[in-house]
Design a protein around this ligand. Sequence first.
Ligand SMILES: Nc1ncnc2c1ncn2[C@@H]1O[C@H](COP(=O)(O)OP(=O)(O)OP(=O)(O)O)[C@@H](O)[C@H]1O
Length: 317
Amino acid sequence: MATQRLTKHNAAMVQAAVALAKKRSADALLLLLDGSLDWKRIAEMADGIEKPVIVAVDAADDLEGASEAGLKPLALNKEKAPMLERLQHALLEAAADEFIRTNGEVVAVYSGFQQGRLDSISHLQLDERMRRLTTRDLQMIESRVPLQTLKAVVDLAAQIGREGREGKPVGTLFVVGDTRKVLEHSNDSGVDPFRGYNKNYRNLLDAKVQDDAKEIAQLDGAFVVGSDGVIERSRQMLEVSHEDLTMTKGLGARHWAAAAVTRKTKAISVVVSQSTGTVRLYQDGNLVMRIEPMDKAVTWQEFNFEPPSKKSSDEKS
Ligand SMILES: Nc1ncnc2c1ncn2[C@@H]1O[C@H](COP(=O)(O)OP(=O)(O)OP(=O)(O)O)[C@@H](O)[C@H]1O
């Protein structure tokens, strides 16, 4: 478990962020932390803020007691990521959990320069285009696959679409549910790296397994995933006829196969397009949801510590 100390300095920063959030009537206050804190104290300090006070840390364990204190807990699982990425991720997750509106204003306090020391406060105006599918959207297609599994797979797919792998775009396909039937329509396209592993090492609800899946997503073929989130097979080529389907122009074999398999089975397909990063969900052969990659809509600027050079400011004036 990691803890973050509520030093005099950190407390003063939280107070300043609370004051700013109140003054600007922000839609939420976000505390991006390196570990657990005295949540009751934080709630007391934020007293008077009518809007959500979100506390985000990397590990879910460190958020124990936060809900009870009246705060909105957010586990990030982004320990090694650079600060701006963690902040962006926290905002996206907060929007997905409906703690904030996707076009709201948020005051965020975080350690931008030194771990454990809250040194930065940002007042962020979120972009309306920062659209993230919400649990409510997913509930509409929950019918056959439990929401928890669907959410984990869609989150992972959106992440793959957004980030790719090592700077390269990655496309992939997850076919979720009705595995027995799905496997009747699929063949190995190569050695399946998950084969032979215990179920616990194949469950996509687990962050480590998600990382493994991101690696394997670079290889050809689809993941066949059970309703419980367990990867039953990876690297599968689907063989299904798709004569009776209609498909958006420009989509290729991966998307046709994804849609077709949901016509023949009760599974839901979650496809990431390599060329655009867009995630599409198919059910009964139809497109039921499309999620655009968000990092193309939300642009984050790096901090710039250098004052503009004399020359460039002259040019502007
Ligand atoms: N029947 C299939 N089952 C599983 N995977 C497939 C199937 N057909 C194609 N793929 C995978 O999709 C990859 C890309 O194929 P293609 O470019 O035709 O698809 P696409 O639908 O245009 O997707 P993208 O937008 O990602 O390019 C292939 O290299 C292969 O890994």
